[in-house]
Design a protein around this ligand. Structure first.
Ligand SMILES: NC(=O)c1ccc[n+]([C@@H]2O[C@H](COP(=O)([O-])OP(=O)(O)OC[C@H]3O[C@@H](n4cnc5c(N)ncnc54)[C@H](OP(=O)(O)O)[C@@H]3O)[C@@H](O)[C@H]2O)c1
Length: 291
């Protein structure tokens, strides 16, 4: 048996990983918060070494972008120090590591989709902590893939899709930001691609090492995303919801967000790993939640 250790097994990506049909001969091992508090970064390396996995996917993270402004130490512990410790343990075990990062490492000022070779320049605490985490992983263990993704959604946990469906229960119109553009990413697609990378790393495939962008096919603004969700929800008897398209300035948040979050996925697609359109998974998730 090949033991795959998943950190962050209770999150959107972690749950999607557990629902996947894994490669033949693989079994999933998890260390959830109750087993290992990743904020206790001193304990991370010991716990991973004790678990003795053959391959690791880090699906954990401090993902509350606004709260990270108030709790930078926690954000850096989870998003930078813990992944660094995971990478050290994985290196010691000769276990490949797939680590997940974010579009928010960029400042959003580029007028085209971001490439893996573009310089990072985060504009909030979350982005800075994730940028440090990916650098720590890449410098600690050669047999690793860092997968930057964006706008993750699923039928689990808190995410934009579930927020829109909840608002739609009571409101007939919703104000949504229309000047931030990105690529919504279904957690199931991200999970599939992380496992495919893990499998290739285990086979010693050097092409699977390094930095990759992985995001659902198709672009949208948050307002476009919301409109697509509400329109799909109507198919299940939900009342129509009007999306009022507003600017970022009209919706102030503690953390700044990049206006352009689009990740170019050409590099990962060249490996034969092409993310499916976000609209397809959005329809599946809405059906799952409203049927
Ligand atoms: N969500 C997005 O839109 C988005 C966008 C770009 C990149 N990403 C990245 O993608 C990855 C997966 O994101 P996601 O949306 O699946 O995250 P998520 O749903 O917020 O899940 C985060 C996971 O991390 C765990 N975790 C948090 N603090 C912990 C702690 N102190 N000790 C142990 N476990 C802890 C959570 O456990 P509990 O269940 O115990 O809280 C949960 O399993 C992350 O690296 C994230 O930065 C996400």
């Amino acid at each position: 048996m090949t033991r795959l250790l998943v950190l962050g097994s209770t999150g959107q990506l972690g749950l999607a990983l557990q629902r996947l049909t894994l490669p033949r001969g693989w079994e999933i091992q998890t260390l959830a918060r109750a087993d290992l508090d990743l904020a206790d970064t001193g304990a991370v390396e010991t716990a991973l070494r004790a678990a003795r996995p053959q391959v690791v996917i880090n699906a954990s993270g401090y993902t509350e972008v606004d709260k990270a402004e108030r709790y930078p130490e926690l954000a850096f512990a989870l998003n930078s120090l813990a992944p660094a410790a995971m990478a050290r343990a994985a290196y010691a075990l000769s276990a490949p590591l797939v680590h997940v990062s974010t579009d928010y490492v960029f400042n959003g000022e580029k007028n085209a989709p971001y490439l893996e070779t573009d310089a990072v320049d985060p504009i909030n605490v979350y982005g800075r902590s994730k940028a440090e985490g990916e650098a720590a992983v890449l410098s600690s263990i050669a047999l690793s893939a860092v997968v930057r993704t964006s706008w993750v959604f699923s039928a689990d946990r808190a995410n934009f899709l579930k927020t829109m469906l909840r608002l739609g229960e009571t409101r007939r119109d919703v104000r949504v930001v229309a000047d931030q553009r990105g690529r919504p990413t279904p957690a199931n697609e991200l999970a599939r691609i992380c496992v495919a990378l893990a499998e290739r790393l285990l086979d010693g495939d050097k092409n699977a090492c390094g930095l990759f962008h992985c995001a659902g096919a198709g672009e949208a603004t948050w307002a476009d995303f919301a409109e697509a969700i509400f329109s799909e929800a109507e198919r299940y008897g939900c009342a129509p919801v009007q999306v009022q398209r507003i600017s970022t300035a009209e919706y102030p948040t503690p953390a700044r967000r990049p206006a352009n979050s689009r990740l170019d996925t050409t590099k990962i697609e060249a490996l034969g790993l092409t993310p499916m359109p976000w609209r397809d998974s959005m329809r599946d998730y809405v059906k799952q939640l409203l049927r």
